[in-house]
Design a protein around this ligand. Structure first.
Ligand code: UT7
Length: 322
Protein backbone atom coordinates (compact mmCIF):
# COMPACT_ATOMS: atom_id res chain seq x y z
CA UNK A 1 0.00 0.00 0.00
CA UNK A 2 1.33 3.42 -0.99
CA UNK A 3 0.98 6.49 1.19
CA UNK A 4 0.75 10.26 0.90
CA UNK A 5 0.86 13.31 3.16
CA UNK A 6 -2.69 14.65 3.00
CA UNK A 7 -2.33 17.70 5.27
CA UNK A 8 0.15 19.54 7.44
CA UNK A 9 -0.24 21.96 10.33
CA UNK A 10 2.10 23.95 12.55
CA UNK A 11 2.10 25.98 15.72
CA UNK A 12 4.59 28.43 17.20
CA UNK A 13 4.26 30.31 20.51
CA UNK A 14 3.47 34.02 20.19
CA UNK A 15 6.46 35.27 22.27
CA UNK A 16 9.07 36.60 19.78
CA UNK A 17 12.68 36.66 20.96
CA UNK A 18 15.00 38.89 18.95
CA UNK A 19 18.79 38.51 18.82
CA UNK A 20 19.15 41.65 20.94
CA UNK A 21 17.49 39.81 23.85
CA UNK A 22 20.68 37.76 24.37
CA UNK A 23 22.87 40.88 24.62
CA UNK A 24 21.43 41.41 28.12
CA UNK A 25 23.20 38.39 29.63
CA UNK A 26 25.91 37.09 27.23
CA UNK A 27 28.55 38.76 25.10
CA UNK A 28 26.99 38.59 21.65
CA UNK A 29 25.29 40.78 19.08
CA UNK A 30 22.72 40.71 16.31
CA UNK A 31 25.34 40.83 13.53
CA UNK A 32 27.24 37.80 14.86
CA UNK A 33 24.11 35.74 15.25
CA UNK A 34 22.74 36.58 11.79
CA UNK A 35 26.06 36.10 10.00
CA UNK A 36 27.03 32.84 11.78
CA UNK A 37 23.58 31.22 11.94
CA UNK A 38 21.04 33.07 9.75
CA UNK A 39 18.72 33.46 12.75
CA UNK A 40 16.83 36.76 13.06
CA UNK A 41 14.37 35.73 15.75
CA UNK A 42 12.84 32.70 17.44
CA UNK A 43 9.75 31.95 19.56
CA UNK A 44 9.73 30.91 23.22
CA UNK A 45 6.89 29.06 24.93
CA UNK A 46 5.37 30.59 28.04
CA UNK A 47 6.42 29.04 31.40
CA UNK A 48 3.14 27.10 31.51
CA UNK A 49 3.19 26.03 27.85
CA UNK A 50 4.78 22.66 27.13
CA UNK A 51 5.55 20.40 24.18
CA UNK A 52 2.26 18.48 24.44
CA UNK A 53 0.32 21.78 24.36
CA UNK A 54 2.11 22.78 21.17
CA UNK A 55 1.42 19.34 19.63
CA UNK A 56 -2.29 19.79 20.31
CA UNK A 57 -2.24 23.33 18.88
CA UNK A 58 -0.49 22.12 15.70
CA UNK A 59 -3.16 19.43 15.18
CA UNK A 60 -5.91 22.02 15.80
CA UNK A 61 -4.31 24.29 13.19
CA UNK A 62 -4.07 21.38 10.73
CA UNK A 63 -7.81 20.79 11.13
CA UNK A 64 -8.67 24.50 10.91
CA UNK A 65 -6.62 25.06 7.76
CA UNK A 66 -7.66 21.89 5.93
CA UNK A 67 -11.45 21.85 5.65
CA UNK A 68 -12.73 18.32 5.07
CA UNK A 69 -9.85 16.75 7.00
CA UNK A 70 -10.76 15.10 10.29
CA UNK A 71 -9.21 12.72 12.80
CA UNK A 72 -11.76 9.93 12.30
CA UNK A 73 -9.89 6.66 11.91
CA UNK A 74 -6.49 7.95 13.06
CA UNK A 75 -4.91 4.72 14.30
CA UNK A 76 -1.39 5.83 15.25
CA UNK A 77 0.35 8.96 16.54
CA UNK A 78 4.12 9.39 16.35
CA UNK A 79 5.76 12.39 18.02
CA UNK A 80 9.41 13.25 17.40
CA UNK A 81 10.67 15.19 20.41
CA UNK A 82 13.60 15.40 22.80
CA UNK A 83 11.92 17.94 25.03
CA UNK A 84 8.85 16.09 26.27
CA UNK A 85 6.87 17.56 29.18
CA UNK A 86 7.83 14.49 31.18
CA UNK A 87 9.36 11.06 30.58
CA UNK A 88 5.93 9.42 30.74
CA UNK A 89 3.18 9.62 29.63
CA UNK A 90 4.35 10.12 26.07
CA UNK A 91 3.52 13.25 24.09
CA UNK A 92 1.69 11.06 21.58
CA UNK A 93 -0.64 9.79 24.29
CA UNK A 94 -1.33 13.38 25.37
CA UNK A 95 -2.42 14.15 21.79
CA UNK A 96 -4.61 11.02 21.77
CA UNK A 97 -6.27 12.20 24.95
CA UNK A 98 -6.79 15.79 23.78
CA UNK A 99 -8.75 14.61 20.74
CA UNK A 100 -10.27 11.46 22.36
CA UNK A 101 -9.03 9.27 19.49
CA UNK A 102 -10.09 5.65 20.10
CA UNK A 103 -7.99 2.56 19.23
CA UNK A 104 -4.88 4.60 18.52
CA UNK A 105 -1.29 3.48 19.06
CA UNK A 106 0.96 6.17 20.52
CA UNK A 107 4.72 6.45 20.48
CA UNK A 108 7.33 9.17 20.95
CA UNK A 109 10.44 9.03 18.78
CA UNK A 110 13.67 10.22 20.35
CA UNK A 111 15.73 11.01 17.29
CA UNK A 112 16.40 14.68 18.11
CA UNK A 113 16.22 16.98 15.08
CA UNK A 114 15.63 14.01 12.75
CA UNK A 115 12.52 12.93 14.69
CA UNK A 116 9.89 14.26 12.27
CA UNK A 117 11.45 12.58 9.23
CA UNK A 118 11.97 9.36 11.22
CA UNK A 119 8.23 9.52 11.90
CA UNK A 120 7.39 9.80 8.20
CA UNK A 121 9.71 6.89 7.36
CA UNK A 122 8.01 4.77 10.06
CA UNK A 123 4.47 5.82 9.07
CA UNK A 124 5.16 4.96 5.44
CA UNK A 125 6.34 1.50 6.53
CA UNK A 126 3.30 0.92 8.74
CA UNK A 127 0.91 1.85 5.94
CA UNK A 128 2.90 -0.29 3.48
CA UNK A 129 2.64 -3.23 5.88
CA UNK A 130 -1.14 -2.80 5.89
CA UNK A 131 -1.34 -2.63 9.68
CA UNK A 132 -2.33 1.06 9.93
CA UNK A 133 -4.26 3.52 7.77
CA UNK A 134 -4.20 7.02 9.17
CA UNK A 135 -1.17 8.31 11.04
CA UNK A 136 -0.33 11.65 12.63
CA UNK A 137 3.40 12.40 12.60
CA UNK A 138 4.54 15.32 14.74
CA UNK A 139 7.79 17.10 15.47
CA UNK A 140 7.53 19.35 18.52
CA UNK A 141 10.02 20.98 20.90
CA UNK A 142 10.23 23.40 23.79
CA UNK A 143 14.01 23.76 23.51
CA UNK A 144 13.89 27.05 25.43
CA UNK A 145 13.20 25.06 28.60
CA UNK A 146 16.35 22.94 28.12
CA UNK A 147 18.77 25.65 27.03
CA UNK A 148 21.92 26.62 28.95
CA UNK A 149 21.70 30.42 28.87
CA UNK A 150 25.30 30.73 30.04
CA UNK A 151 26.60 29.03 26.87
CA UNK A 152 26.72 31.69 24.18
CA UNK A 153 27.56 29.20 21.42
CA UNK A 154 24.27 27.32 21.87
CA UNK A 155 21.68 29.49 23.64
CA UNK A 156 21.30 31.85 20.68
CA UNK A 157 20.31 28.95 18.42
CA UNK A 158 17.19 27.40 19.86
CA UNK A 159 13.48 28.13 19.51
CA UNK A 160 10.17 26.41 20.20
CA UNK A 161 7.57 25.12 17.74
CA UNK A 162 5.56 22.18 16.49
CA UNK A 163 4.51 20.65 13.19
CA UNK A 164 2.28 17.76 12.16
CA UNK A 165 1.67 15.77 8.99
CA UNK A 166 -1.28 13.47 8.34
CA UNK A 167 -0.29 10.35 6.39
CA UNK A 168 -2.84 8.14 4.66
CA UNK A 169 -2.95 5.37 2.03
CA UNK A 170 -2.74 6.44 -1.61
CA UNK A 171 -3.27 4.93 -5.08
CA UNK A 172 0.04 6.38 -6.22
CA UNK A 173 3.36 6.31 -4.33
CA UNK A 174 3.60 9.85 -2.93
CA UNK A 175 5.88 9.10 0.02
CA UNK A 176 8.91 7.56 -1.69
CA UNK A 177 11.80 5.53 -0.26
CA UNK A 178 13.52 6.86 2.84
CA UNK A 179 16.94 6.45 4.45
CA UNK A 180 17.96 6.37 8.11
CA UNK A 181 21.31 6.10 9.87
CA UNK A 182 23.29 7.00 12.95
CA UNK A 183 26.89 7.53 14.06
CA UNK A 184 26.68 6.88 17.79
CA UNK A 185 30.39 7.57 18.23
CA UNK A 186 29.41 11.28 18.19
CA UNK A 187 26.83 10.88 20.97
CA UNK A 188 28.84 13.06 23.35
CA UNK A 189 28.90 15.93 20.82
CA UNK A 190 25.20 16.72 21.29
CA UNK A 191 23.46 15.60 24.45
CA UNK A 192 20.90 16.39 27.13
CA UNK A 193 21.14 14.42 30.36
CA UNK A 194 19.81 14.54 33.89
CA UNK A 195 22.02 11.73 35.12
CA UNK A 196 25.67 11.34 35.92
CA UNK A 197 26.35 8.94 33.07
CA UNK A 198 29.05 8.16 30.52
CA UNK A 199 28.51 8.70 26.79
CA UNK A 200 31.18 7.29 24.50
CA UNK A 201 33.11 6.54 27.68
CA UNK A 202 33.14 10.19 28.73
CA UNK A 203 31.48 11.80 31.74
CA UNK A 204 28.71 14.17 30.62
CA UNK A 205 27.15 17.14 32.37
CA UNK A 206 23.94 16.03 34.12
CA UNK A 207 22.39 19.52 34.34
CA UNK A 208 19.42 18.72 32.06
CA UNK A 209 20.48 21.28 29.45
CA UNK A 210 21.50 20.88 25.81
CA UNK A 211 25.26 20.58 25.29
CA UNK A 212 26.66 20.87 21.79
CA UNK A 213 30.14 20.66 20.36
CA UNK A 214 29.10 23.05 17.60
CA UNK A 215 32.15 22.80 15.37
CA UNK A 216 32.14 18.98 15.31
CA UNK A 217 28.40 18.75 14.62
CA UNK A 218 28.69 21.48 11.97
CA UNK A 219 31.36 19.59 10.01
CA UNK A 220 29.64 16.20 10.47
CA UNK A 221 26.35 17.66 9.23
CA UNK A 222 27.75 19.16 6.04
CA UNK A 223 29.69 16.04 5.08
CA UNK A 224 26.96 13.56 6.04
CA UNK A 225 24.04 15.45 4.58
CA UNK A 226 25.85 16.14 1.30
CA UNK A 227 26.43 12.38 0.90
CA UNK A 228 22.93 11.41 2.03
CA UNK A 229 21.17 13.68 -0.49
CA UNK A 230 22.92 11.69 -3.23
CA UNK A 231 22.09 8.35 -1.59
CA UNK A 232 18.44 9.27 -1.19
CA UNK A 233 18.14 10.34 -4.82
CA UNK A 234 19.86 7.13 -5.99
CA UNK A 235 17.56 5.01 -3.84
CA UNK A 236 14.59 6.56 -5.65
CA UNK A 237 16.23 6.58 -9.12
CA UNK A 238 15.84 10.35 -9.19
CA UNK A 239 18.16 13.24 -10.05
CA UNK A 240 18.46 16.62 -8.33
CA UNK A 241 16.61 18.16 -11.29
CA UNK A 242 13.59 15.99 -10.50
CA UNK A 243 13.17 17.78 -7.16
CA UNK A 244 11.22 21.00 -6.75
CA UNK A 245 12.40 21.73 -3.22
CA UNK A 246 14.87 20.53 -0.59
CA UNK A 247 14.15 20.94 3.12
CA UNK A 248 17.11 20.17 5.38
CA UNK A 249 16.79 20.54 9.14
CA UNK A 250 17.16 24.25 9.91
CA UNK A 251 20.11 23.96 12.29
CA UNK A 252 22.20 26.77 10.84
CA UNK A 253 21.77 28.61 7.52
CA UNK A 254 25.49 28.14 6.85
CA UNK A 255 25.07 24.35 6.91
CA UNK A 256 22.24 24.60 4.36
CA UNK A 257 24.26 26.98 2.17
CA UNK A 258 27.32 24.72 2.34
CA UNK A 259 25.30 21.63 1.36
CA UNK A 260 23.65 23.59 -1.50
CA UNK A 261 27.12 24.56 -2.75
CA UNK A 262 28.46 21.00 -2.41
CA UNK A 263 25.56 19.46 -4.35
CA UNK A 264 25.36 22.43 -6.75
CA UNK A 265 21.71 23.21 -6.02
CA UNK A 266 20.21 26.73 -5.98
CA UNK A 267 19.72 28.22 -2.50
CA UNK A 268 16.30 29.59 -3.50
CA UNK A 269 15.05 26.00 -3.74
CA UNK A 270 16.26 25.14 -0.25
CA UNK A 271 13.32 25.86 2.07
CA UNK A 272 14.19 26.97 5.61
CA UNK A 273 12.60 28.08 8.87
CA UNK A 274 15.81 29.15 10.64
CA UNK A 275 15.42 32.90 9.98
CA UNK A 276 12.13 33.29 11.87
CA UNK A 277 12.10 30.38 14.29
CA UNK A 278 15.77 29.51 14.98
CA UNK A 279 16.73 25.87 15.42
CA UNK A 280 13.48 24.17 16.45
CA UNK A 281 14.93 20.65 16.15
CA UNK A 282 12.24 18.16 15.05
CA UNK A 283 9.79 20.99 14.23
CA UNK A 284 12.07 22.82 11.80
CA UNK A 285 11.17 20.83 8.67
CA UNK A 286 7.37 21.10 8.94
CA UNK A 287 7.79 24.80 9.86
CA UNK A 288 9.83 25.39 6.69
CA UNK A 289 7.25 23.45 4.66
CA UNK A 290 4.41 25.55 6.10
CA UNK A 291 6.20 28.86 5.47
CA UNK A 292 6.79 27.87 1.84
CA UNK A 293 3.22 26.63 1.40
CA UNK A 294 1.80 29.87 2.74
CA UNK A 295 4.14 31.84 0.47
CA UNK A 296 2.61 29.95 -2.49
CA UNK A 297 5.88 28.18 -3.33
CA UNK A 298 4.88 24.52 -2.87
CA UNK A 299 2.36 23.39 -5.48
CA UNK A 300 0.47 20.12 -6.03
CA UNK A 301 2.68 17.59 -7.80
CA UNK A 302 5.91 19.08 -6.40
CA UNK A 303 8.61 16.68 -5.20
CA UNK A 304 10.31 17.65 -1.93
CA UNK A 305 13.37 16.05 -0.36
CA UNK A 306 13.32 16.14 3.46
CA UNK A 307 16.46 15.44 5.49
CA UNK A 308 16.71 15.76 9.25
CA UNK A 309 19.89 15.36 11.34
CA UNK A 310 20.91 15.87 14.92
CA UNK A 311 21.70 14.34 18.32
CA UNK A 312 22.75 10.73 18.10
CA UNK A 313 24.25 11.79 15.81
CA UNK A 314 21.46 10.57 13.61
CA UNK A 315 19.76 11.37 10.32
CA UNK A 316 16.67 10.43 8.31
CA UNK A 317 15.66 11.44 4.80
CA UNK A 318 12.71 10.88 2.52
CA UNK A 319 11.29 12.26 -0.72
CA UNK A 320 7.59 13.14 -0.88
CA UNK A 321 5.29 14.30 -3.66
CA UNK A 322 2.52 16.69 -2.62
O1 UT7 B 1 20.31 20.89 15.48
C1 UT7 B 1 21.21 19.86 15.69
C2 UT7 B 1 22.43 20.00 14.87
N1 UT7 B 1 23.15 21.19 15.25
C3 UT7 B 1 23.94 21.79 14.39
O2 UT7 B 1 24.04 21.37 13.27
C4 UT7 B 1 24.72 22.98 14.87
C5 UT7 B 1 26.09 22.95 14.31
N2 UT7 B 1 26.97 24.04 14.74
C6 UT7 B 1 26.76 25.36 14.50
O3 UT7 B 1 25.73 25.76 14.00
C7 UT7 B 1 27.89 26.32 14.79
O4 UT7 B 1 29.04 25.59 15.11
C8 UT7 B 1 27.59 27.35 15.90
C9 UT7 B 1 26.54 28.34 15.45
C10 UT7 B 1 27.14 26.62 17.15
C11 UT7 B 1 28.83 28.14 16.21
O5 UT7 B 1 29.30 28.79 15.02
P1 UT7 B 1 30.82 28.70 14.60
O6 UT7 B 1 30.96 29.46 13.36
O7 UT7 B 1 31.21 27.24 14.59
O8 UT7 B 1 31.51 29.50 15.75
P2 UT7 B 1 32.73 29.03 16.64
O9 UT7 B 1 32.25 28.12 17.71
O10 UT7 B 1 33.84 28.59 15.75
O11 UT7 B 1 33.13 30.40 17.26
C12 UT7 B 1 33.74 31.45 16.50
C13 UT7 B 1 33.99 32.61 17.40
C14 UT7 B 1 34.66 32.22 18.70
O12 UT7 B 1 35.53 33.27 19.09
P3 UT7 B 1 37.10 33.15 18.86
O13 UT7 B 1 37.55 31.92 19.57
O14 UT7 B 1 37.28 33.06 17.37
O15 UT7 B 1 37.63 34.42 19.46
C15 UT7 B 1 33.53 32.12 19.67
O16 UT7 B 1 33.92 32.34 21.00
O17 UT7 B 1 32.74 33.21 17.77
C16 UT7 B 1 32.65 33.24 19.20
N3 UT7 B 1 31.25 33.09 19.56
C17 UT7 B 1 30.38 34.10 19.64
N4 UT7 B 1 30.53 35.42 19.46
C18 UT7 B 1 29.42 36.18 19.62
C19 UT7 B 1 30.61 31.92 19.83
N5 UT7 B 1 29.32 32.16 20.11
C20 UT7 B 1 29.15 33.51 20.00
C21 UT7 B 1 28.06 34.38 20.17
N6 UT7 B 1 28.22 35.68 19.96
N7 UT7 B 1 26.80 33.91 20.50
Amino acid sequence: MNSKITAIGVYVPSKRITNEYFEQFIETNNEWIISRTGIKERRFAEPDEFTSDMCVSAVKNLLAENPGVNLDGVDFILVGTTTADQVMPSMASQVQNAFSIPNCGCLDIMAACAGFVYGIVLAKGMIAAGTHKKILVLGAETLSKFTDYTDRTSCILFGDGAGVALIEPSDQPKVLNGITGTDGSHGKDLYLSQHNTLVNGEQIDPNGKIHQNGKVVFKWAIQTITNKVGELLAKNSLKLDDLDWVILHSANLRIIEAVATEINYPMDKMLTSIEFFGNTSSASIPLAWDLASKAGKIKPGNKILLLGFGGGLTYAGIIVEV
